[in-house]
Design a protein around this ligand. Structure first.
Ligand SMILES: [Zn+2]
Ligand SMILES: [Zn+2]
Length: 374
């Protein structure tokens, strides 16, 4: 049976207390009932747990709203765990998230060299050609990962027999008190290992780990884009107890000389000679997969776009296809020989008035402008 509990009362705050007030009050009470401060006091420990529980609820907007509306039962319906079901280690991490790490005192065994010497996940980069990214491919990734040195069993000591660190007494951490709080920090002498090397291992220069080059083949899904990351499980660094991190492959995509990609859409330019632009007709253009014929209307304009629906890139998440957008670029000759000039002049004459349609428009503008200065 759920006992009704008033988290606001516990934290000694009003119902409309702000997030900052919640945190401030929590800090004050958590310190007051902190186990370090109340050795062996069961009541204080119980109170400490409740204060943490209250903070967990009231510092989380969603949990707080649920609690305000439906009480503790509402929270529990959503899977909320009371602090009586938590161990002190979990509470320690809540405490640390507010106060910052370095606060010991929960009897957790963080020292003694349980930390990893390096992060387990690693990132590598690879460059894909334009079409490899669009259609997907298998790519071999060459990269280096770290693992414990076999020759010294990861100890850094040639004889696999380092001594206990005399500075921290093998705990890997040094403690100091400030007021009633105990602070812990990684032992500088042994770097948290709790051990001191007697004879340095030559293979790893006493580091205890080595880097090894390896390669792995990664399936690149179709539609991947520049800047995407692919996670390859269990291909990262190998840690102390044999656990292996993941490899993240950062994707770079090279440009193409014909196609320009923008998300799932592809842009391309269709150069059309001015005579053909005037005549219109059908022309063949390359799409990502094949040649397609498109109809150019008579008198097509420069930069006019033709959209080929679904001829773009398949979205890497849902497979939906983007469009191919082909944009006209009208080409004019840079030089004309006498014969060409003659032909064009004749052509112009044959249009008569139509060949200089802009002149009449400008006449009107000129008259208007003249009028401004009268
Ligand atoms: Zn030490
Ligand atoms: Zn070694």
């Amino acid at each position: 049976m759920a006992v009704e509990i008033d988290y606001y009362e516990l934290l000694e705050i009003s119902r409309d207390a702000s997030g900052a007030e919640v945190k401030k009050s929590y800090r004050k009470l958590a310190m007051k009932f902190h186990p370090d401060q109340n050795q062996g006091d069961k009541q204080a420990e119980e109170k400490f747990k409740l204060v943490n529980e209250a903070y967990q609820v009231l510092s989380d907007t969603q949990k707080r709203t649920t609690y305000d509306r439906y009480g503790l039962a509402g929270l529990q319906n959503q899977g909320f765990q009371r602090s009586s079901n938590m161990d002190m280690g979990d509470l320690g991490s809540i405490f640390e998230s507010v106060f910052g790490s370095g606060f010991g005192g929960f009897g957790s065994s963080r020292g003694g060299g349980s930390q990893q010497k390096y992060p387990l996940d690693i990132e590598s980069e690879t460059s894909l050609e334009f079409n490899e990214a669009i259609f997907g491919c298998e790519k071999e990734i060459v990269y280096s990962y770290k693992k414990l040195c076999d020759d010294c069993g990861g100890t850094g000591d040639r004889d696999k027999n380092p001594t206990t660190c005399s500075v921290c007494d093998g705990k890997g951490e040094q403690y100091y008190r400030q007021g009633f709080m105990t602070f812990a920090q990684t032992c500088e002498s042994c770097g948290g290992e709790g051990k001191q090397i007697r004879n340095r291992c030559e293979s790893c220069k006493g580091e205890g780990y080595i880097s090894e080059q390896t390669k792995t083949t990664v399936s690149i899904p179709a539609g991947i884009d520049h800047g995407n990351r692919i996670r390859v499980g269990k291909k990262g660094n190998i840690g102390k107890n044999g656990q292996r991190g993941d490899l993240y492959v950062l994707i770079g995509v090279e440009d193409d000389e014909h196609f320009l990609r923008d998300g799932d859409n592809i842009y391309m330019e269709i150069p059309i000679f001015f005579t053909q632009a005037a005549l219109g007709g059908s022309i063949k253009i390359p799409t990502l997969k094949e040649q397609r014929e498109i109809k150019i209307p008579t008198g097509v304009k420069d930069k006019e776009q033709f959209v080929l629906k679904g001829e773009g890139v398949a979205n890497v998440h849902n497979g939906r296809k983007g469009d191919l957008i082909a944009q006209v670029k009208i080409l004019y000759p840079k030089k004309l020989n006498d014969e060409q000039k003659e032909l064009l002049k004749k052509l112009g004459d044959s249009f008569g008035y139509e060949s200089t349609p802009n002149e009449s428009k400008f006449d009107g503008v000129l008259d208007k402008v003249k009028g401004w200065f009268k």
